[in-house]
Design a protein around this ligand. Structure first.
Ligand code: NAI
Ligand code: AKG
Length: 524
């Protein structure tokens, strides 16, 4: 690492490194089990309060910034991350055991995401302008002049995810969309990658300083659960973005809901991403689907919330070819070094529970090593699956459970009883279209993204993406954490009634200086 990228182990508050007087901890290299220097010191209650107060004070400044300046800030953060690429990629690999190509790809995605939000801020559609001109002669009552636009919620607490140390962490999608909306961000670093978090956090601090923005626009905190709870409960925090476990997300949502002033929590938590193998697809492409499924299941040691953990197979014709191909690929899969010891232990107990389940058969297990977990494939029948809710629990890692189904009619109530999901995938041929048609209204109620003839891993960052879904996939299925629509999570509408022209925000002025597409008297 070059001198400027030497890690300090500090929190970032008020634009500077603050050593932190709380408990010490260190990152662990998952590939060796050895601690990585330096030690990190958790923020104290006073540190958290100071970061939140500064964020509260900076909120007005960020909200009032011209869209162009906010867009340039997002672009400067992306450029700042690219400028430290070698040191950043090296540290991510040490802290996560993720391979170089994946880390570099994730860095590209992170920077692309920041730039997408910069374009979004410039385009201005997020302001959602609606104008209803006054109808002064209307009978029996006149209508006043009414103008609506979206404004930022205020400071957002962002919890970085362990499985995406860049794209879902300190400068990830939640931070990009919150800053794009005009909200200061306090990032709670994931304890598995504090060094990565520090490097990224410092790049954000530098970009803010160059733009002459208040230090309170961003802070990075290392905290334990109590500190994280105090952050969520702080009166200056107005929303939370989270990616992680169901237990963690629910704990944070409960603390946010119990505040004197409850706030929204956008928590992405657990999903097993069902894949439906329709009869025509099994018959035509059984072996190909088996290999493809195993590739998606084992990618990145299965550490994706979009991992296909559950498969419903309809039809016998082609099933053996599907199963044999999947079994071969799973047996050949190299052991996966998981992100943390805790995640590896949770995976090991998850597959042990499946292996011991009396109604479940183990079809295949992949290679194992001292620090690498095996991929695994299991099979069960519809009645067993329907009779045991535990079989719907997310096992985070490279495992899939296949449920054999005799008929759509029998499976339909089981599909209707599934928990909410990020994705549901259909493997189908033209011959399956009429069978699939009545399923669509059921599947729409269950997931944020429905796919045909692909696999759910790999989320495109674009305008039409939905990375969300009904509980427990997320705590709020009305929105997405990936793609430009994510900005809406951190905005709320304000209506300006009978405002003098001199006081109207630019977006609402009659001369439309930002050139926005606006809904005026109901028409675009
Ligand atoms: N579905 C998904 O996208 C993901 C699921 N997971 C699941 O989570 C398990 C643990 O992985 P982690 O990434 O460590 O997730 P986690 O939910 O334990 O931690 C995520 C973040 O929330 C904080 N946190 C957790 N519980 C909290 C509480 N009660 N109060 C305040 N803060 C709290 C942690 O310190 C961390 O910063 C995995 O084994 C896996 O099952 C993990 C990553 C992604
Ligand atoms: O972006 C992806 O490919 C998967 C996202 C994911 O795994 C997550 O949100 O934790």
């Amino acid at each position: 690492m070059t001198h400027s990228e030497t890690l300090t182990g500090a929190n970032l508050i008020a634009g500077e490194a603050r050593a932190g007087a709380g408990g010490a901890f260190a990152a662990v290299d998952p590939a060796t089990g050895k601690a990585l220097a330096p030690d990190y010191h958790q923020a104290t209650a006073e540190d958290i309060e100071e970061a939140c107060q500064l964020a509260g004070a900076a909120a007005g400044h960020l909200a009032a910034m011209a869209p162009e300046a906010r867009a340039e800030l997002l672009e400067a953060i992306a450029a700042g991350l690219e400028a430290i690429k070698p040191a950043l990629v090296e540290r991510v690999m040490q802290e996560t055991a993720l391979p170089q190509a994946r880390v570099e790809g994730e860095l590209g995605r992170t920077c692309g995401q920041l730039r997408l939000f910069a374009e979004e801020v410039r385009a201005g559609h997020w302001q959602g302008v609606r104008i209803d001109h006054a109808l002064r002669e209307r009978q029996p009552l006149p209508r006043p002049d009414l103008r609506q636009r979206m404004v930022p919620l205020g400071p957002v607490a962002v919890f970085g995810a362990s499985n995406f140390p860049l794209a879902f962490s300190v400068a990830g999608g939640d931070t990009a969309s919150a800053l794009a909306a005009g909200c200061p961000v306090i990032a709670k670093a994931h304890p598995a990658h504090p060094g990565t978090s520090e490097l990224v956090g410092r790049a954000i601090v530098r970009a803010l300083a160059r733009a002459g923005l208040p230090h309170g626009c961003f802070a990075l905190l290392h905290t334990d659960h109590d500190g994280a709870g105090a952050l969520v409960e702080n009166r200056h925090i107005k929303a939370v973005g989270f990616t992680g476990s169901r237990a963690g997300g629910l704990a944070i949502a409960a603390r946010a809901a119990a505040r004197p002033e409850p706030i929204p929590v956008y928590a992405e938590m657990s999903s097993i991403n069902p894949v439906l193998l329709m009869a025509g697809a099994l018959r035509e492409r059984g072996a190909e689907i088996g290999t493809g499924l195993a590739g998606s299941t084992t990618m990145g040691a299965g550490q994706f919330c979009t991992n296909p953990g559950l498969v419903f197979a309809f039809g016998d014709d082609g099933y053996d070819a599907f199963r044999d191909a999947a079994v071969r690929a799973i047996k050949d899969a190299a052991p996966g070094t998981m992100l943390t010891g805790g995640i590896a232990d949770a995976y090991a107990s998850g597959i042990a529970a499946l292996a011991e389940h009396p109604g479940v058969s183990e079809l295949a297990r992949g290679g194992m090593s001292e620090c690498g977990q095996p991929a695994a494939l299991f099979e069960t029948g519809l009645d067993t699956f329907a009779g045991d809710k535990a079989l719907q629990a997310e096992v985070f890692g490279a495992v899939s459970l296949i449920v054999r189904c005799e008929s759509i009619d029998r499976a339909l109530p089981v599909l209707a009883g599934l928990e909410g999901q990020l994705t549901i995938t259909l493997q189908m041929e033209d011959s399956d279209i009429e069978t699939v048609r009545p399923l669509i209204p059921v599947l729409e109620q269950k997931a944020g993204r429905l796919l045909v003839n692909g696999f759910p891993t790999g989320v495109e960052v674009c305008h039409a993406m939905v990375h969300g879904g009904p509980f427990p996939a997320t705590s709020d299925g009305r929105t997405t954490s990936v793609g430009s629509l994510a900005i809406n999570r951190f905005l709320r509408p304000v209506c300006y009634q009978n405002f003098p022209a001199e006081l109207l925000p630019d977006a609402l002025r009659d001369d439309n200086p930002q050139g926005l597409r606006r809904r005026v008297n109901g028409e675009y």
